[in-house]
Design a protein around this ligand. Structure first.
Ligand SMILES: *[C@@H]1O[C@H](CO)[C@@H](O)[C@H](O)[C@H]1NC(C)=O
Ligand SMILES: *[C@@H]1O[C@H](CO)[C@@H](O)[C@H](O)[C@H]1NC(C)=O
Ligand SMILES: *[C@@H]1O[C@H](CO)[C@@H](O)[C@H](O)[C@H]1NC(C)=O
Ligand SMILES: [Zn+2]
Length: 525
């Protein structure tokens, strides 16, 4: 058979098989039929009910009873750690909702596996809404989990008195709020920020910036909104010259374009004639700047006081788009370097480390990239826990918000998470296990002319940039409003249990580390 004929034959066969798997629709008034569909008796897939990764013994009572006993024993052996946290590391998976990290377990061996942070002893849920909107963005959430107060959507490092794009209110410093990085530095500790996005992007900006709009990453953007000579400093400027940014000792990410004037650097987007990277270098000959993984690896830390690493014009590439010879370091490599560098301070450190591209991948409905970035974050957290002591280093891993990301359809154990499900919709075309409530993939998966879904299995090809189906068209998939998990390990990790407002997180980290956060309590008070 020719390739074309074979493809046609297989497609026809698949349609016949899917049609056979699909059940006839229930009659509208047949309650019993509809109830039976709530939890259907699942048909075998064309390849059967295969369980290639089934754990030996997990079909016995002993396996699950022992598993239960072991968990209790682990809990009983656990001692509350009420030491003062010398170091605090905050990991953030941007957009890493519960469905996202649950689904990512499939990539590290199966549903029975745990991501590194899922093994932490204490877990809680963080309520992520903003002062003005229910489903939040990464700007107001950064203000919450770094500065300790909830704020308006799109704003960073300011109180809720500042609305998005309010150029007058941002100039009133009474409205500014500071992050735990400043609280730590005020106590003589070092602080740093590491991300896989532009370092001027919303989450990392929460460490050091005050802005009425997350998009004000350079002066050109500020001028568009506030007019020329408004005196409103942009985010890149604040990293190099701001009260907090200018004191950070370890900074890594992308976003070179926002630091340099377009006349000085072809991809630069500034228009004020500045080269902020050059400014930073000229401040001190102990200010190191690196632009590649090789330069980072060759850097001798004993000769420098501060490190700035900018590895791309915009965001760093997705991990799946890179290879061994990549110019950019991995999140784990940056994490190792950050801890090595900041550990030199006897007083300790605070560092914020973000896996920032989980979010951008979801916005494009690219679930393969999103879940792989979760695995990369897991590796970085694992390295941090290995390099530090649970006795004196509190590690918290969480997300800023969720996504409109669905994990459904009763797939069998051992199934590829990126595959189809045995539950077949009424249109007799397959359902993918992973899908989105909205996003740019809608038109690819929905035939608008014929008003029908296309077979998604013919459109998910195995490419790293595969999109997954969205049920409403959007240029960019939206965030989700469900709570996100908080995982904690180390001193006072037990504070992080329960369901609480997201802005509580930095206060708990401050309590554990005995930092002044404007509240009076402290672990040694
Ligand atoms: C600055 O902000 C504070 C707090 O929102 C407010 O009370 C004060 O009136 C503002 N000052 C000016 C000059 O607008
Ligand atoms: C500018 O951006 C283009 C497109 O992303 C890229 O190919 C080029 O290498 C960049 N130029 C410099 C000097 O980095
Ligand atoms: C780093 O620099 C210090 C001080 O100049 C020097 O003693 C040390 O040998 C250097 N380390 C490496 C690996 O080059
Ligand atoms: Zn987002």
């Amino acid at each position: 058979m020719s390739y074309a004929r074979r493809t046609l034959f297989l497609a026809t066969l698949a349609c016949v098989l899917y049609a056979a798997l699909a059940l006839p629709p229930c009659a509208r008034d047949d309650e019993d039929c509809r109830e039976s569909r709530m939890h259907p008796d699942l048909p075998d897939l064309p390849q059967g009910r295969i369980l290639p990764r089934k754990i030996d013994g997990d079909d016995t009572n002993d396996y699950w009873r022992n598993q239960g006993k072991e968990f209790i024993q682990t809990k009983m052996a656990q001692k509350l750690n009420t030491q003062k946290a010398k170091n605090v590391i905050l990991f953030l998976g941007d957009g890493m909702g519960l469905t996202t990290h649950s689904a990512a377990r499939n990539l590290i061996g199966g549903e029975e596996q745990y991501l590194s942070f899922e093994k932490f002893s204490y877990t809680g849920l963080s309520k992520t809404y903003a002062v003005d909107i229910i489903v939040p963005d990464s700007a107001n959430t950064a203000t919450a989990y770094l500065c300790g107060v909830k704020a308006m959507e799109g704003t960073i490092g300011v109180s809720a008195q500042v609305e998005r794009d309010d150029c007058a209110a941002i100039l009133n410093t009474t409205n500014h709020v500071y992050s735990i990085a400043k609280w730590a530095m005020d106590a003589g500790k070092s602080a740093g920020v590491v991300t896989t996005t532009r370092i001027t992007h919303a989450s990392p900006a929460g460490v050091y910036a005050h802005t009425a709009d997350r998009d004000w990453e350079d002066d050109t953007e500020v001028d568009t909104w506030c007019g020329a000579n408004s005196g409103v400093p942009d985010i890149a400027y604040q990293l190099i010259n701001g009260e907090v940014g200018s004191k950070l000792s370890f900074m890594m990410g992308g976003g070179k374009r926002h630091f340099i004037d377009s006349k000085l650097y072809a991809n630069g987007t500034r228009s004020d004639g500045l080269d902020l990277i050059d400014q930073y270098k000229k401040l001190s000959d102990r200010n190191a700047f690196v632009e590649s993984r090789t330069e980072l690896n060759n850097l001798n830390f004993s000769n420098v006081d501060r490190v700035l690493g900018i590895f791309s014009d915009s965001h760093l590439q997705y991990h799946l788009e890179t290879d061994e010879n990549s110019r950019q370091p991995t999140l784990e490599e940056m994490t190792r370097k950050a801890i090595e560098f900041l550990s030199r301070n006897e007083e300790g450190y605070f560092i914020f480390i973000e896996g920032g591209r989980i979010d951008t991948a979801h916005h494009d409905n690219m679930a393969r990239l999103a879940l792989d970035e979760v695995v990369e974050l897991s590796k970085a957290v694992n390295a941090a826990r290995e390099l530090t002591s649970e006795e004196d280093t509190l590690i918290v891993a969480t997300a800023d918000h969720s996504h409109a990301f669905s994990y459904s359809g009763y797939p069998y154990r051992g199934n590829d998470i990126f595959g189809r499900t045995p539950a077949t919709p009424l249109d007799k075309k397959p359902l993918m296990t992973l899908s989105y409530a909205n996003g740019p993939s809608f038109e690819k998966f929905y035939d608008v002319t014929n008003k029908e879904r296309r077979d998604p299995t013919t459109l998910v090809t195995g490419d790293v940039h595969d999109q997954f189906p969205a049920t409403a068209p959007f240029d960019s998939e939206t965030h989700g409003g469900d709570d996100v998990a908080v995982f904690a390990s180390g001193p006072w990790a037990h504070l992080f249990t329960g369901v609480y407002e997201q802005n509580t997180i930095p206060h708990m980290m401050a309590y554990a580390s005995c930092l002044s956060d404007g509240l009076t309590v402290c672990s040694t008070a």
